[in-house]
Every structure is written in structure tokens, then in C-alpha cells.
Design a protein. Sequence first.
Length: 298
Amino acid sequence: MYTVTTYEELRKFVLAFADTQLGLLILVGGPGLGKSRMLKESLPPKHGWIEGSSTAFGMYCKAWEHRDQLLVFDDIDGLFRDRDSIRLLKLLCQTERVKTLTWNSGSTTLKHARIPPRFKTTSKVAIISNDWQTLNENVEALQDRGHVIEFRPSALEVHTATSGWFWDQEVFDFVAGHLHLITTPSQRYYLKGWELRKSGLDWRSLLLQLVCQPAPQDKLLLVAQLLADPRYQTQEERATAFTQLGGGCRATFYLYVRKLPPRVEVPKIILAKSSPPEKGQSDYWQLLRNRFGQLGNG
């Protein structure tokens, strides 16, 4: 397994796969990092994309439909517990240039769909996973056939990459001022912050609940929220609010202020875009789903 920490490094592997130089690329990283988007933008027009929950039989049919094309399996973590799926992936990811895939059951369905029970293909495969686990020797054998990339960018790296497509400067700058609190970076924070702000909600406080490592009940989070609240002008005002909200005495407030991680020096970035894509609401949300997967996944 290779550990990659920048989008520039990741793009090199992605482009090598898109150029058919890698037979099997396994891309592992947390949700909301833009892994799928980068891969989609790099692939040739003709390719196969198998996303979400799919059966082994469905994978076989897709492999036939896109035979000899690049194949991507996105967010299929659960399939690694399915014996038939692993068997099919092992055949598809053989190191030989030409692989033979077989399906010995469901012959009626295959016949109706005009799919042979056995065929050859030269497809190369990429697998995108949020949490790759070597569950058994079959998964280990699959992993051994390719290149496993663990993508672990810093919060600043994700922030910088987000500037290339995001449009809300106020939300963007707010996240920039709290990168030191983010231990699990995600581009989805920016989208959720924008949605909360447009809804007229207390988006700063709510967004901090998403990006902070402490639980919402933690006093450290309460201090971070008070520091971010524009209604308070001085530390004494924040200390008073901390006491009124049940956090404790003034001394406790200042204690937790000192416990906060040191701020990260973030260069000022002016976004090139100032508004979201001009699409209808349904089309817009589809764009987000295509870019990041389902927003509710973390």
C-alpha cells in the first residue's frame, strides 16, 4: 500500500490508470475527498462505472457491457464479504492481458439479455473504497494483484483543492479559520455550510459540529463555537456566555481556550467562482451526488 497525501500525487496514479498503464488500481480514502470526481474527469468517454450496491451477477453483466473498456467499481465495500463478487473480481483483475469471465447460473436471464456465460475481456479495473479491509485470503489475493493507494490529505490540502470549484467565499473563509480543528477533512463540509447559510440557520455553530473532532456536548466544542460567533466581541463576553450556557466558570472557559489546537496558517485564497452552477435544483443536486456521492455519507 502506498500512502499519498496530495492531489497532485494522486492525479499521477489516476492518469496512469486512465492511460491503461495500471492493471488494477485500488483507491482508498475517506468520504468527501473528491476521489471519484478526479477519476471520472480523467477517464475516456467509453468506460464502465459500477456504483453503490451491486450484485455479483450485476457486475458480470456490466463487465460484459463494457468489455475491453476501463472498469471502475465505486463504493462497493460490502461486496468484499460476498464470495461470488470476490471470485468475479479475482478473474477480472488477473495480471494477464486477456481475462476470461464465466457465470454458471442464471442462464435464462443471460440468454434473455444476450450475454454469454463465458467471455474474454482486456478491461483494466479501478476500485474506490472509503474503508478497505483485508477481510480474508481472497480479498488479500485481490489486493496483491494491483496498486493500493491510501489517500490521506491534510485539511489544508483539501481546503486548497476545494477552492478550484467552490463559490461561497464566506463559508470558505470560515472553514479556513478552523482547519486546526478538522481531523477528518472533507469537501462536503463546504457544501453543507453553504446550504446551512442559504437556509438562514446558525450555520457557523452547526458547521463546527461537523468539522470538530469533539462530540457536540464537549466543552471544547462549545468554546470553539463561542469563538466563532460574531455576536461576541471580546473574550469576556464569550466567557460570560460560556457560563450562562452551562459550560462552567470563567476559569474553565479560559482553560479550554488554551486546550484548543493551535491555528493553522492558511494563505488567503479568493475564489474564482461566486455562485453555484446555473442549473435547476434537481439537476444541481444530481451534480453534487455525481461529484461526491450521497451527501449523507459522512
